[in-house]
Design a protein around this ligand. Structure first.
Ligand SMILES: [Fe+2]
Ligand SMILES: [Fe+2]
Length: 332
């Protein structure tokens, strides 16, 4: 005749045959009002699962035999298909130029020249092209003007501007982070050539000749870190406050974290202290494309870019710059 504790133990093991032994042991201690210790409860549970070593394993008393498990192995699962989402550390100490939204071949020659000249003057140590470098108008899923659908010409202009940027900054690391317009490439492939879309030859890096110019591509909406400053293109946050009055404040409300982003084609900044008085500062940079695109000729876009001075300890200073219609660079 089993004692009362063994009875409760058997009942629990029958009821929860797949639960970890430690969890059942805790229940047993609870159900018996602490009449036994957790260790004692655990050996009783293991006994009921037939896991008391080779000698006792085949005893007939076990009510729910099961194979021994590795520590922490609660349940059997297939390996996850989810890929890790990790930040890209730019890894440069010094002044990094951050430009975005050139939308080549619809770039502004005046704005790009002004930004490049100032960055050369400041002898930047790295260049981050923060998304929407390409427009990819011809492969957009939106309504398109047939007269403008010349993908080959677009591609050729994109390659040319990349080459010009490398020539302007021959010895520094250059990173191109994908924006929503670069993602038009994979979206187009998935729709029109799914069978070959995952071949390395179809990668955006190959089509833009990034290897030739030693330019690193960062895809999958990953964050680029300039020291401790996270940089986003701006489309990574998903739907929500898509066109806030102040983009930087919209970013603050979504992220509650310091960030610098492009995408909105408008220079803005927003700063608030957190409950410990630490400063949370969000910035959005202006664009370097034409300011009156056919889809929205009247808008509030402005030209601009940023310089981020990154210290060895990760501290940083952001200078958010605007460019006037005449090509003068102004500090916001
Ligand atoms: Fe853009
Ligand atoms: Fe964008």
């Amino acid at each position: 005749m089993a004692d009362p504790i063994t009875k409760v133990c058997r009942e629990l093991c029958r009821k929860f045959p797949h639960h970890p032994a430690r969890a059942i042991a805790r229940k047993l201690v609870e159900r018996t009002n602490g009449a036994i210790t957790l260790d004692g409860a655990r050996s009783r549970v293991r006994y009921q699962f037939g896991q008391c070593g080779a000698k006792k394993k085949n005893r007939t008393g076990a009510v729910a035999k099961r194979p021994a498990r590795a520590p922490g192995q609660g349940i059997d699962l297939p390996p996850t298909l989810a890929e890790p989402w990790v930040v890209h550390d730019f890894g440069v100490v010094g002044v990094v130029g951050v430009i975005s939204d050139l939308h080549v071949p619809y770039h502004s020659e005046i704005a790009v020249k002004a930004a490049v000249e100032l960055m050369q003057d400041r002898e930047i140590a790295g260049l981050l092209i923060n998304g929407d470098f390409c427009d990819f108008y011809a492969i957009s899923r939106f309504d398109k003007d047939p007269a403008k659908r010349d993908f080959k010409a677009e591609l050729s202009a994109i390659r040319e501007v990349l080459g010009s940027l490398r020539a302007a900054f021959p010895d520094i690391p250059i990173v191109l982070k994908s924006g929503n317009h670069e993602e038009r490439w994979s979206a187009w492939l998935w729709q029109h050539a799914p069978e070959i879309s995952d071949m390395p030859e179809m990668g955006l890096d190959r089509w833009l000749h990034l290897d030739k110019h030693q330019i690193t591509l960062v895809e999958d909406k990953r964050i680029v870190m300039l020291g401790q400053l996270p940089v986003l293109h701006g489309h990574e946050k998903g739907k929500g406050i898509s066109s806030p009055v102040n983009q930087a404040r919209g970013a603050f409300l979504r992220l509650n974290h310091t960030v610098l982003e492009g995408h909105g084609h408008r220079t803005s900044g927003h700063c608030e202290p957190d409950m410990f008085g630490r400063e949370v500062f969000c910035w959005s940079t202006g664009c370097l494309c034409e300011l009156h695109p056919a889809y929205a000729p009247i808008n509030k876009m402005n030209h601009g870019f940023a310089l981020v001075d990154v210290q060895a300890d990760g501290e940083f200073d952001v200078t958010n710059l605007r460019i006037t219609a005449e090509g003068k660079v102004r500090q916001s």
